[in-house]
Design a protein around this ligand. Structure first.
Ligand SMILES: Nc1nc2c(c(=O)[nH]1)N[C@H]1C(S)=C(S)[C@@H](COP(=O)(O)O)O[C@H]1N2
Ligand SMILES: [Mo]
Length: 357
């Protein structure tokens, strides 16, 4: 089977947003499961799937340069976590006026079991210099950026490059993986084969796919995907880089525009946050007031979305269901999308209509 057929098959169950570069959402039903089947995990790529030479170079301000293969990474202690990845542009379509960028609805979010080597172990083996401040991660993908670049010096042979603070990257508690397996199988081409970064709690832009180089830097990195795009350009306060996922809840059952019988109905959904476990989900069935507490399940792991449910006594008529999450950091979803020029981080409370007959 050719690579192309493999990729085509892997894409069959997704909802396409853009054919080239390939960007696609999870089908709405995929959010019901705790772990999203690989074939239904959303895909977001800024360029075409690249050819990767199979090696990972670790260089820059380190005592020991490394060149690692997939086999080398598999020889290191392996860790597996269920991690919810969400694109920072998820929900952009609900922001007004509509910003430029991929027109994501609400399904650029998924959860997979990622297995790999710990980034902290690889960095420790390379021994970063004491004047290191950031770690830069380069993907093998490059090309012409189909969006208007923000940075003036940006050319048309851009590479996908991101950085993290060295303190965060080298800290074992960050649990950052150089992942090679997804849901028990080797990573597929759309998700970054042969290996990628998985940065728990961060919007998924930090999780560099097709990882090719890791460089320890003694100066902060700036680049199109770091300081150009993936910045919150607020109107009323200083710009900020996109980092942790914002608290958010979603109703998964009943489906949007469902018709359900009157009586007791168990409403179900998911909720997630990069700033602490979700501690409360409140639901409301009319356009105004009267929020009621749903039952929130404990996290199945520290980095995965949580399930919630509510025993609803559904009376006949059309209902506008809303669910609003609060996390342990005291963050709560806003009523209105927090507008910023590039349309990131829309975690406004969603409304969904259901007819009870
Ligand atoms: N090399 C590379 N890594 C990348 C990207 C990319 O375009 N190139 N996109 C990022 C963004 S914006 C997201 S949301 C996630 C998506 O990961 P997925 O396609 O496995 O869902 O990958 C991130 N890593
Ligand atoms: Mo993203």
């Amino acid at each position: 089977m050719t690579l192309d057929t493999d990729i085509q098959q892997a894409r069959e169950q997704l909802v396409m947003i853009n054919p080239q570069p390939y960007n696609a959402e999870a089908p709405p039903g995929a959010l019901a499961a705790d772990v999203t089947p690989t074939a239904q995990h959303y895909v977001r790529s800024n360029f075409a799937v690249p050819v990767h030479d199979g090696t990972l170079v670790v260089d820059g301000a380190v005592d020991r340069q490394l060149s690692l293969t997939l086999a080398d990474l598999r020889d290191l202690p392996a860790v597996e976590h269920a991690v919810t990845l969400e694109c920072a542009g998820n929900g952009r379509l609900d922001t007004r006026p509509l910003p430029v960028g991929e027109p994501w609805g609400g399904y650029a979010v998924s959860t997979a079991r990622w297995r790999g080597a710990r980034l902290c172990d690889v960095l420790a083996a390379a021994r970063p210099h004491s004047d290191g401040v950031e770690v830069r991660f380069s993907g093998a993908d490059s090309g012409t950026y189909h969006l208007t670049p923000v940075l003036p010096e940006t050319g048309d042979n851009l590479r996908f490059v991101r950085s993290l603070p060295l303190t965060h990257a080298a800290d074992p508690a960050s649990e950052i993986l150089i992942a090679y397996d997804m849901n028990g199988e080797p990573l597929g081409p759309d998700h970054g084969s042969p290996f990628r970064l998985v940065v728990p709690h961060w919007f998924a832009v930090a999780s560099v796919k097709w990882l090719q180089r890791i460089d320890v830097l003694t100066e902060p990195f700036s680049g199109e995907f770091q300081t150009g795009h993936y910045m919150y350009e607020w109107l009323d306060r200083p710009h900020e880089p996109v980092s942790l996922m914002r608290v958010r809840a979603r109703v998964t059952d009943p489906a949007e525009a469902a018709v359900i019988p009157a009586g007791t109905y168990t409403l179900r959904g998911k909720a997630w946050s990069g700033t602490g476990p979700v501690t409360a989900v409140d639901v409301c069935f009319t356009g105004a007031g009267d929020w009621q507490s749903a039952k929130v399940d404990g996290p199945s792991g520290p980095y995965a979305w949580q399930s919630w449910s509510f025993e609803w006594v559904a009376t006949p008529g059309r209902h506008s269901i809303r669910a609003r999450a609060t996390d342990a950091g005291g963050n709560v979803q806003p009523d209105v999308p927090p507008w910023n020029r590039l349309g990131y981080g829309n975690n406004a409370v969603e409304v969904q209509y259901v007819d009870v007959v």
